[in-house]
Design a protein around this ligand. Structure first.
Ligand code: NAG
Ligand code: NAG
Ligand code: NAG
Ligand code: NAG
Ligand code: NAG
Ligand code: NAG
Ligand code: NAG
Ligand code: NAG
Ligand code: NAG
Ligand code: NAG
Ligand code: CA
Length: 384
């Protein structure tokens, strides 16, 4: 029975980045009834239709070389709003959105936010100076989870700002390249690890032309987080092995501290009160020219310790461990960066965390190799 449950979980966890859930996600299908090529910013009036999207308020069609796809984007001006409904596919899956937020003009005294909503989730984003090398940034948002055939209305709108400010020098948000990744609601637990997603392999999708990772803003809930099973304090960067040094697998977390400490937090499952465990993890740097003295506070229940790493910014990793005694069944685990580090180009950066594992000390729990599970899952699929 347990094998069947495991196989079922394995099947659920398989995911695909579905660029085909949305129509015209990169705004490359131009608006109809409009002279969209007549300038870098073209106002879309009531008579204009943009394939895939419903428009409201002040919406401009942007043509620029400084975009992720070198093409077109949308600026949401005063009361500007666009929305599109997609249909949930498959079983119970989580829909995680990644999108690009473009650096607005230089002459703005105030910066308006971008509100992103699904049927039961909402978050506000704004372009943050010093978080990327290029003139745009990838952000992510967990839209939620739905069953088969449910219509999901995705709404993007500019966030109202102070009415007496000069609207001509306001930087309204510019967005481009939306990507929705689906992830099984139930994540499989790695054998021999009491943490789920301790290797950070399940998180937001990376935009095709992005070399700067994906920013994840503060999210207090594990369930609503785009980084599955981890809550976020401050801002962290989800990094991919294609463009960064990642200690294990395809992705890891780089913690970026700015004015206040930033970090990530999760909780163990099935630890038993009074038992001793070792929390092991890799602390490193992302090979992004982040030179400095990293101080990372690690907490596991009542055990807390600071770990340090001197980074020369060329991609390093060191394994550390913290032994703790479980005081209850779910023990809080957190990593907090206290150091503020920047690259020579004034881009915030920081320590990389990966391979977070909690294992029981003194007992050999049933540790089954993952490949065996995979083979059995494949056999199961073959039988079907
Ligand atoms: C579109 O703009 C171009 C350049 O401004 C102009 O030559 C052309 O006539 C316009 N077309 C329409 C349909 O307005
Ligand atoms: C929209 O089209 C109608 C009918 O062609 C026209 O009367 C109206 O002025 C147009 N509105 C705008 C904002 O261009
Ligand atoms: C990536 O960028 C190139 C040029 O900068 C562009 O031609 C291409 O369409 C982009 N790819 C995607 C998937 O946006
Ligand atoms: C946008 O939302 C409205 C309801 O607020 C809905 O009627 C409309 O169909 C939506 N547009 C798209 C393209 O889904
Ligand atoms: C910014 O302001 C300067 C001086 O007022 C002006 O020359 C420039 O064109 C403005 N840039 C933009 C993008 O509006
Ligand atoms: C952000 O970068 C700019 C230059 O790109 C620099 O002048 C500024 O001091 C940086 N901000 C912070 C908070 O370090
Ligand atoms: C904003 O710009 C418009 C058109 O360029 C101009 O008519 C208006 O007076 C400006 N408003 C302010 C507050 O500068
Ligand atoms: C870790 O370092 C921070 C910042 O220096 C300090 O506030 C904190 O008390 C330290 N924690 C431990 C457990 O030593
Ligand atoms: C950077 O650190 C790595 C590993 O710690 C070391 O091998 C390398 O020589 C260092 N590079 C410099 C320029 O210090
Ligand atoms: C905990 O893990 C660390 C890192 O792998 C290791 O150095 C340490 O010996 C372990 N502690 C115990 C008590 O096993
Ligand atoms: Ca990883």
């Amino acid at each position: 029975m347990i094998w069947f449950q495991r196989i079922f979980l394995l099947l659920l966890v398989s995911w695909v980045a579905s660029s085909d859930l949305l129509e015209n996600p990169d705004f490359e299908s131009p608006p109809k009834n409009s002279n969209a090529s007549s300038g870098p910013f073209v106002l879309l009036d009531q008579n204009t239709t943009l394939p895939g999207w419903t428009l409201q308020g002040t919406v401009q069609y942007v043509t620029s070389l400084e975009l992720p796809d070198n093409g077109h984007a949308i600026q949401l001006g005063e009361d500007g709003k666009i929305n599109q409904t997609f249909i949930a596919k498959g079983g119970d899956v989580n829909y995680i959105l990644t999108f690009a937020l473009i650096r607005p003009g230089q002459n703005c005294s105030t910066s308006a936010g971008l509100s992103v909503s699904g049927p039961d989730s909402n978050a506000v984003f704004s372009y943050q100076q010093n978080y990327s090398k290029v003139s745009w940034q990838s952000y992510s948002h967990n839209l939620g989870s739905w069953g088969n055939d449910e219509p999901i209305n995705l709404v993007l709108e500019s966030q109202a700002i102070d009415s007496d400010s000069d609207t001509n020098s306001t930087c309204w948000p510019i967005i481009d390249t939306l990507l929705i990744k689906t992830v099984g609601v139930t994540l499989v637990q790695d054998s021999g690890n009491l943490l789920i997603n301790g290797g950070f392999e399940s998180g937001p999708g990376f935009l095709p032309n992005s070399t700067d990772g994906v920013l994840i803003d503060a999210v207090p809930s594990l369930i609503q987080s785009a980084l599955r099973q981890w809550s976020v304090i401050g801002t962290v960067r989800y990094i991919d092995s294609k463009h960064f040094h990642v200690p294990e697998g395809k992705a890891a977390i780089e913690i970026m501290s700015h004015t206040a400490p930033s970090g990530i937090q999760t909780a163990t499952k099935d630890t038993s009160e009074g038992s001793r465990y070792n929390l092991t993890f890799t602390l490193g740097d992302a090979n992004d020219a982040c030179i400095g003295h990293f101080v990372v506070g690690v907490q596991a229940g009542s055990a807390a310790q600071n770990f340090t790493l001197d980074s020369n910014g060329t991609g390093s990793g060191e394994k550390f461990g913290l032994v703790f005694e479980a005081d209850k069944d779910a023990v809080q685990i957190s990593f907090t960066s206290y150091s503020v580090t920047m690259t020579k180009e004034d881009v915030l950066c920081g320590p990389v965390i990966d391979e977070v594992i909690v294992h029981h000390l003194g007992g050999t729990a049933s540790v089954k190799p993952t490949w065996l599970l995979l083979i059995i899952a494949l056999l199961y699929v073959a039988v079907l």
